[in-house]
Structure formats: C-alpha cells, structure tokens
Design a protein around this ligand. Structure first.
Ligand code: F6P
Length: 331
C-alpha cells in the first residue's frame, strides 16, 4: 500500500489598483500587469477607485478575459479616486487589515505623486510588497523619463493648438493656452515646442511679463500674424492672470483657452500603450524578484527601480532637454 501526499500550493495574491488623476494608458498597464501576474502564478484582485476600494473592500477577480479589448481605451476600467480618509492613521490601519484578511501578498499601484505618498504611508502599517507604476499625464516624477499618459496629453494639446492657430491667424490675435501639469511645466514645454508657441510660461522659471510683451511686439514687427502663448496651470494665477497682466501693458486683444480635462481623455498613443505595457510587465517582475517600496521607471530605454521617496521628489527642473531646446530656438 502506498501513501501519497499531495501538496497543493495556494496561489499568491496580487492586488492591483489605479489611483489619483486618470491618465491615458492606465488600461494598457492594467492589462499587462494582470496577464503577467496570472502567467507568473498569481491570483489577481483589481481594487476599485484606488485606495477607496481597499477601505470599502470593493474589488474584482481579474482573469485574462477581464482585460480584453482595453489596451486602446482611455480612463481606467478599475476607476480611480483621491482618498483623504486613507491618508489618516485610522484609514491606513484599516486598509492594512483588509489586505491581510484578503490574503493579499503584493500590491501594484498605478498612479502619481499622491499615490506613491500613500504607498509610503501604507508601508508603515502593512508588510506586503508594494510596487508603483508611474501613471500621470504630468510627467512630474523623478526616476523615469516619461510617465504613462504624458505623450497622449501632449498630443491632444498640440492638436488643439493647431486648431487654435487657424483662428488666431485669421483674426491676427494673441491666444493664451493653458495646459495641465499641476506644479510642473513638462506638458507646457513639450506642447509649446511642438505647437510652435511664441512664448512658453512654466512655474519652474517665472517670466517677467514686460519681457514677454517686448518679445511679442518684436514678433509682430517681424511680420508674425498670430501669437500663441502656452501657460502651464502651475504658473501663478494661470492663463487668466497672465492675460490680465498683458492687457495692462498693451492695447492688444487676448483670448484665453483652458484645455483642462480634455488632456486626460482619449485613446492612448502607441508610445503610451507600449510604455504602459513595458512598465506593467516590469512591475510584476519586480514583485516576483522580491522588490518592494519602489516605482518601476524607464531611463534611457532601460528599466529601473527607484524608491518611492526618490520618485516623489519630482522631476528635473527646466534645465532639462526642453530648456536647452528653448535656448537653442531662442523662443
Ligand atoms: O495630476 C493630473 C492632473 O490632471 C493635473 O494635471 C491637474 O492639476 C490635476 O490632476 C487635476 O486634478 P482633479 O482631477 O482632482 O481636478
């Protein structure tokens, strides 16, 4: 008589969520994380509405089919939110308790600055692994050349500027176009360069409005018939205040366009889909490799892992490539 001992290993559980402002490409990241995790033997739970989903125990079992046909879609199938309750000690303790009770071994969080601050707080209460994936249109995180959603947001804004340019040219008007980015001027810089803006105003390098006026005047004297001024929302008072200041100094007519949330929507570009896929796969590999407390990023085409504390320090200032381009172009 033989005695068989069969040991069935319970699969590890990987939790997944998107948090903070949505960014085009988050769905591509969800798809890559889910399928890579399933392929690595994990059960995958998708928490709804970011940290809120942990606190309220709102999650769904993710299988391969649950992420079909989402690669090309903007928004996030898991929904997203900003959760003030989570950021309290009581909220963090509750979240840690829920994750332990559900048997979650590791969390992959797709989000930005606020999400990673939340992760650093959660680490104080929860022993599981946490890996972050940079998903924000702002491109304001250190440790990655680009964040998921930035490229799409830039392309959306550039498309809008091309249209605004037509009417600006027809009326020979000055237009101020405000773009998102919170405290960071990365979107404004790239949009301004790609849209051929006459001026780009960013929070990292405050501009003297009388200098701006003088340069716009020179442009007109040289025969420019339209002028687009790209203003990052982080510039004090935004485009409306800048327009008021300009009006005080000149007789010109200014029109203000605030692009707003249009920049967060729409189908992700091919670049964002590919970046999200690479980083999603990288995040699961990091979990399998035993990593925690880090964001997966890409620098110079190479995958890197950086501690959350470094990622949230924020991006390079404007001495970046774009600033050099600005100087070179003498905009
Ligand atoms: O972080 C992404 C972002 O779109 C910023 O560019 C913007 O300042 C902020 O989110 C707007 O946040 P909310 O969705 O809470 O209005």
């Amino acid at each position: 008589m033989f005695a068989y001992s069969i040991s069935v290993q319970t699969p590890k559980i990987l939790g997944l969520m998107t948090s903070g402002g949505d960014a085009p490409g988050m769905n591509a990241a969800i798809r890559a994380i889910t399928r890579t995790a399933l392929g690595s033997g994990f059960r995958v739970l998708g928490f709804k509405r970011g940290y809120e989903g942990i606190l309220r125990e709102q999650f769904q079992e993710m299988d391969s089919r649950s992420v079909s046909n989402i690669l090309q879609r903007g928004g996030t199938i898991l929904k997203t939110a900003r959760s003030p309750v989570f950021m309290t000690n009581a909220g963090l303790k509750k979240a840690a308790g829920v994750l332990d009770r559900l048997g979650v071994d590791a969390m992959v969080l797709v989000g930005g600055d606020g999400t990673f601050h939340g992760a650093m707080d959660l680490e104080k209460f929860w022993k599981g692994q946490i890996i972050g994936v940079p998903g924000t249109i702002d491109n304001d995180l250190a440790g990655t050349d680009f964040t998921i959603g930035f490229d799409t947001a830039v392309n959306t804004a550039v498309e809008a500027i091309d249209k605004i340019r037509d009417t600006a040219d027809a009326h020979e008007r000055f237009f101020l176009v405000e773009v998102m980015g919170r405290h960071c001027g990365q979107i404004a810089l790239k949009v301004g360069i790609a849209g051929g803006a006459e001026e780009i105003l960013v929070p990292e390098r405050p501009s003297d409005i009388s200098d701006v006026c003088a340069r716009l005047r020179i442009g007109r004297n040289l025969g420019k018939t339209s002028s687009i001024i790209v203003v990052a929302e982080g510039v004090r008072g935004g485009a409306i205040r800048v327009a008021e200041q300009l009006k005080k100094l000149t007789q010109n007519e200014y029109r203000v366009v605030i692009l707003g949330y249009i920049q967060r929507g729409g189908n992700p570009t091919a670049s964002d889909r590919c970046l999200a896929t690479r980083l999603g796969v990288g995040a699961v590999k990091a979990i399998v490799g035993g990593e925690s407390g880090k964001m997966v990023g890409e620098v110079g085409g190479k995958m890197v892992l950086v501690p959350f504390s470094v990622a949230v320090k924020g991006k390079r200032k404007v001495e970046s490539l774009y600033a050099q381009m600005l100087k070179y172009l003498n905009l």
